[in-house]
Design a protein around this ligand. Structure first.
Ligand code: PHE
Length: 447
């Protein structure tokens, strides 16, 4: 597809908002705080920041660069630097499969959030007794498949509806509304948490590392999460980058997106732990941290209804701006390579993915090594598929793209940055992620 007919973002700012919208999601507000709480706080945060800087940012820059230079979808983009029908394009196919697998269960969690929001706005959440509220997520997951299915359907419907509209009328228009609202809501909650007794303790928990609490498995989780949170390793950023004008800088946009994503994760962590410590709760509650602890605690605070609604609306927005990017990778490929119309591609692929997601609503159903569909998709994507995709993309960028582009990078920045980026993507990133991939495969197979 040539550059003239290809859709483009309205500008650099629109791209940054859309890409930050993809990066900032359940990973920042739901996963990061519970992983941090579960892994003992500050030391985990430090390792996570290190992984973001050393592995995440370079691969993010690589993906944006590959996309914007090639101006092609996540499969075809590889041809631009290699040859027609390049075997590297398989990385793109791998990326499409992994992003749809992630979307299948992401939509289920997005559905939980929407269900909480519905309960909050209709005043059914905060009126539950503490006991019922504590068990509500578990109850929803194990005993209410229909409710889960309804919200999974609504969530997927919103995602498909936006993607079907296209890049500028759908994704750009919506992220331009969703992201600023999200920043404002989060700012509001941060100010609010500042006045809680647990604010200082929250900062201490997040920023004063206690290395005795750091385990090998926490380090591996931090590597996996750096992929998840930056939306890298599956071609999402290649697809989004391909709607960027080639004259834009992959390095500066990559840095801004990474900073925004990291900032939001830390702010979400500060807020959540300020509430947790103010009410003497345990930070290590696991995946239920956001869903169980927070409403329980919101209940006891003045202005509970507003705070609870603000919070769940915020998380819903963050989740939708991420899920649309997951669907976009496959839709751009199908509409460009298979000549499907965009709505047909969006609805067709969306419905197929939705059907896989349905299986997540049945936790007793075993898929692999004693794990149900939800856990299988979660572990397979975060711990195996993104890291593998990321390693291959990093190698492709370092060994094939960089030799041709090193002068441009050196001119745009300086030789040290250019060579640094080349060697990090050639060796440092693939090697460190490779170690963790090995462990991830073992975990998935239950070994
Ligand atoms: N980065 C998103 C989050 O943090 C999840 C995501 C991963 C979205 C990969 C797109 C691609 O929630």
């Amino acid at each position: 597809m040539n550059q003239v007919s290809r859709a483009h973002w309205g500008g650099r700012f629109a791209f940054i908002l859309a890409a930050a919208g993809s990066a900032i999601g359940l990973g920042n507000i739901w996963k990061f705080p519970y992983m941090t709480g579960h892994n003992g706080g500050g030391a985990f945060v430090l390792v996570y920041l290190f992984c973001i800087a050393v592995v995440g940012l370079p691969i993010l820059i690589a993906e944006i660069y590959i996309g914007k230079e090639a101006q092609e979808n996540a499969v075809r983009a590889f041809d631009h630097f290699d040859k027609k029908n390049s075997p590297w394009g398989k990385i793109g196919i791998w990326g499409i499969v992994s992003s749809l697998m992630l979307l299948a269960f992401y939509s289920v969690v997005g559905g939980w959030v929407m269900n909480y929001e519905f309960q909050a706005i209709s005043n059914q959440l905060l009126t539950k007794s503490d006991d019922i509220l504590t068990n509500y997520l578990g109850e929803l997951i194990t005993h209410q498949p229909l409710t889960q299915l309804i919200w999974h359907t609504v969530f997927m419907g919103c995602t498909v509806g936006i993607v079907a509209k296209g890049v500028s009328k759908g994704i750009e228009r919506w992220t331009k509304i969703l992201m600023p609202v999200l920043f404002i809501l989060l700012g509001f909650l941060l100010v609010y948490s500042f006045f809680l007794d647990g604010f200082g303790q929250s900062l201490q928990f997040l920023f004063f590392p206690d290395f005795s609490k750091l385990t090998w498995s926490a380090i591996l989780e931090a590597v996996g999460h750096s992929f998840f949170t930056l939306s890298i390793g599956m071609g999402v950023m290649i697809a989004y980058g391909s709607y960027l004008q080639p004259s834009e800088s992959a390095i500066s946009t990559g840095i801004i997106i990474t900073l925004l994503d990291t900032l939001i994760a830390l702010v979400a962590g500060i807020i959540i732990f300020a509430v947790v410590f103010s009410f003497d709760q345990s930070p290590s509650a696991g995946p239920g941290l956001m869903f169980v602890t927070l409403p329980l605690l919101f209940k006891q605070i003045p202005g509970a209804w507003i705070i609870t609604n603000a919070f769940f609306i915020l998380v819903t927005f963050a989740a939708i701006s991420s899920s649309i990017s997951l669907l976009e990778v496959a839709v751009s490929y199908a509409s460009e390579e298979k000549n499907w119309s965009r709505p047909k591609a969006a609805w067709g692929i969306g419905i197929a993915t939705w059907a896989v997601g349905i299986l997540c609503a049945f936790p007793e159903l075993t898929i692999i090594a004693g794990k149900n569909m939800f856990d299988t998709l979660d572990i397979a994507t975060s711990k195996v598929m993104f890291p593998l995709g990321g390693i291959l993309m990093s190698l492709f960028f370092g060994w094939i793209v960089m030799p041709k582009s090193i002068d441009r990078f050196a001119k745009a920045t300086n030789p040290l940055t250019a060579y640094g980026l080349m060697w990090v993507t050639r060796i440092v990133a693939p090697l460190s992620v490779g170690i963790m991939l090995f462990k991830g495969v073992k975990e998935m197979l239950g070994m």
